[in-house]
Design a protein around this ligand. Structure first.
Ligand SMILES: NC(=O)C1=CN([C@@H]2O[C@H](COP(=O)(O)OP(=O)(O)OC[C@H]3O[C@@H](n4cnc5c(N)ncnc54)[C@H](OP(=O)(O)O)[C@@H]3O)[C@@H](O)[C@H]2O)[C@@H](O)CC1
Ligand SMILES: Nc1ncnc2c1ncn2[C@@H]1O[C@H](COP(=O)(O)OP(=O)(O)O)[C@@H](O)[C@H]1O
Ligand SMILES: [K+]
Length: 482
């Protein structure tokens, strides 16, 4: 399990650790780790050109001490001092080692830029001249290594309010920060390298977590000798309408590939015919009236892909949500429940799987605001609706009351194409039917779906059906990792 922490959590742990150590020890450890990563990135330190962007706080101190170590190894290091004050001892050590102070031009001639403008002590958008220096680093040809977090990225949320450094590597101190795992911040961080400064024993429960492949392998059910199709879990899929037929085919495909014992599809004439011809394995029921009465027992429902938003769809949704098994609410069913919240009044678990636009309809926040603050909005929605929320997008976020948010970054932007969300709904539904709770089903499905997207894309466009077809390979890979 990967774990990440807010700035406040890190600061509290640092204080506890610092109290037991001679002054300056932590910064020395941080700087040594930072210098080592810079040296590896440079390949040859002697004769290389390094520019340090130095802010007024301890983040700048880290950069100066690391700069001193690189200067002692023969690098030509130039520091651009951005703050009205500078870490005094760090600057002394740096100058003593042969480092120089320079203007912004140093950035343009550097092989490597070290972003020590701000770390966990930053508040709000970068002010000038910090913002200008961040833009200069982004425009320069050099490799950029961020200290702790890319400056301009909020360490606790991943928000980016203005200019922000786009790093190729982020050297994070003590423990990863939440903002390094959640977009838009995560996209600015590049590869994240952790420097162990001894914080481990002082860290609280994490703010967010991310499942590794091995974690997913542990959680995934495997059929046993005594398994049969009913015991493995039957998933019901209420999807498709005479207008939208493809969504049902894709959701059923996702569920079949993710290990459901059986997939039962219910819908109108056209989607039922499509599902029947694509998936002879599925059991289909053409609904004569908008109700699931008498279609047979399932262990979980997927409700919504392509269902439509009219009166007929509303009746189907009410009928599915009146059942006593977990229900995944996706796509058109999200529109239905945002119009009629009373549909969510039930005791069995609910998993909602919106993208930012759908979440915007559900909780009334603007779409752009949700994209900018994915964590806080997913958390707020889970609390307000009393459900598990899987918020889709470049980083997928799974939120449930009283549990750390799980984030997933296995995906690829090639997944941004029509129908991949329907596949995700099917995969998640199959995991629910196999007995995973909403939190685990959603986070395992997001992991597998992202990985399947990578396998299917392999650097070129994919279509949604390819993603479903790659789910078994994704499952094999997580088992290999486990
Ligand atoms: N503590 C430890 O043991 C260890 C700490 N470590 C390191 O310390 C870092 C935290 O250091 P920190 O607390 O000094 O804060 P930091 O991130 O440098 O920012 C403060 C400075 O930024 C400025 N500033 C703020 N907002 C701004 C804005 N929007 N735009 C522009 N400027 C802004 C602010 O200016 P002021 O408001 O004072 O004018 C002040 O000068 C941490 O990330 C890690 O790298 C490691 O060495 C491990 C051991
Ligand atoms: N930029 C991106 N990077 C990674 N994954 C993405 C990106 N954009 C979309 N996705 C993923 O693709 C899927 C799209 O789902 P959705 O928006 O519901 O599309 P549709 O309704 O067409 O099926 C989600 O799993 C989402 O997380
Ligand atoms: K930084």
């Amino acid at each position: 399990m990967r774990t990440a922490y807010t700035a406040d959590q890190i600061r509290a742990a640092e204080h506890a650790l610092m109290a037991r150590l001679p002054e300056g020890t932590l910064m020395q450890r941080a700087a040594a780790g930072l210098a080592a990563v810079c040296a590896t990135a440079l390949g040859r330190v002697y004769g290389s050109r390094v520019a340090l962007l130095v802010g007024g706080g301890d983040n700048g101190g880290d950069a100066l001490y690391a700069g001193a170590l690189l200067a002692r190894r023969g690098a030509r290091v130039e520091a651009v001092l951005a703050g009205s004050r500078t870490h005094e001892r760090g600057l002394e050590a740096y100058l003593l080692a042969g480092g120089r102070v320079a203007g912004v031009m140093a950035v343009e001639r550097a092989d490597l830029v070290v972003d020590g403008l701000v770390g966990i002590g930053a508040t709000g958008a970068l002010r000038e001249p910090y913002a200008e220096l961040a833009r200069a680093a982004n425009a320069a040809p050099a490799l950029t290594v961020a200290v702790d977090v890319p400056s301009g990225v909020d360490a606790s949320s991943g928000r980016v309010a203005g200019a922000a450094v786009e790093a190729q590597i982020t050297v994070t101190m003590g423990a990863p920060k939440t903002g390094l795992l959640v977009d838009p911040g995560a996209a600015r961080a590049g590869a994240v390298e952790l420097v162990d400064i001894g914080l481990g024993p002082y860290l609280p429960a994490p703010d967010v977590t991310a499942l590794t492949g091995a974690d997913v392998a542990d959680l995934l059910p495997r059929p046993a000798t005594e398994s049969d199709k009913y015991r493995r879990g039957v998933v019901g899929i209420a999807a498709g309408s005479d207008l939208y037929t493809g969504a049902a085919v894709l959701a059923v495909g996702g569920a079949l590939r993710a290990g459901a014992g059986m997939v039962r599809h219910v819908g109108q004439h056209a989607p039922v015919a499509q599902v029947r011809s694509h998936w002879p394995e599925a059991v289909v029921t053409e609904l004569e009236r908008p109700s699931i009465d008498g279609v047979g027992r399932v262990q979980a429902w997927v409700l919504g892909p392509g269902l439509g938003t009219g009166a007929w769809a509303h009746e189907v949704a009410a009928s599915v949500l009146a059942s006593d098994v977990p229900v995944l609410v996706d796509a058109d069913a999200l529109t239905l429940v945002s119009r009629d919240r009373s549909l969510l009044r039930r005791t069995a678990p609910v998993l909602v799987t919106p993208h930012a636009g759908e979440l915007s309809r559900l909780i009334g926040a603007g779409r752009a605001e949700i994209e900018a603050g994915r964590l806080e909005h997913a958390r707020a929605a889970a609390a307000e609706l009393g459900v598990t929320v899987l918020l889709k997008g470049s980083t997928t976020v799974v939120a449930e009351a009283d549990r750390p948010v799980r984030v997933n970054a296995t995906g690829t932007s090639w997944l941004a194409t029509g129908g991949t969300g329907d596949v995700l709904a099917g995969v998640s539904g199959a995991l629910l039917a196999q007995g995973l709770d909403c939190y685990d089903a959603a986070s395992c499905a997001a992991h597998l779906h992202g990985l399947a997207g990578r396998i299917a894309a392999d650097g070129a466009p994919l279509n949604a059906a390819d993603v479903a077809a790659a789910i078994p390979e994704a499952i094999r890979r997580v088992h290999d990792e486990g």
